[in-house]
Design a binder for this molecule. Structure first.
Ligand code: FES
Length: 108
């Protein structure tokens, strides 16, 4: 039987920085939170670790909608999690998110 998902507070929107990726966690789960868009009004959340060899994506280079892994430079589209350049081939997990009352929430 599938477990019902709930919106959970992750990080305040003010803690984010436009065109930057910020580390956040809920309990023991680590996430990467991205703020982008012309007005900085787009927020995305993914797993914090690269699907290739587990590097910390928050230490990577972020531009537009792409995060480049700091270890082997594999790239992912943070809107979908799809790996767009080698050596990464498997997607990273992305989470549905929203901003409510100044707080970024993820559906878990
Ligand atoms: S650990 Fe990320 S591309 Fe290798």
């Amino acid at each position: 039987m599938p477990t019902e998902k709930h919106w959970q507070d992750l990080i305040t929107f003010d803690a984010l920085e436009k065109d930057w990726v910020t580390s956040a966690q809920i309990g023991k789960r680590h996430f990467a939170v991205y703020q982008t868009g012309d007005d900085g009004d787009e927020v995305y959340v993914s797993s914090a670790l690269c699907s290739h060899a587990g590097a910390e994506l928050c230490d990577g280079y972020f531009q537009g909608h792409l995060i480049e892994c700091p270890l082997h430079q594999g790239c992912f589209d943070i809107r979908t999690g799809v790996a767009v350049s080698a050596p990464a081939v498997r997607p990273i997990k992305c989470f549905e998110c929203r901003v409510e009352d100044g707080v970024v929430q993820v559906l878990l």
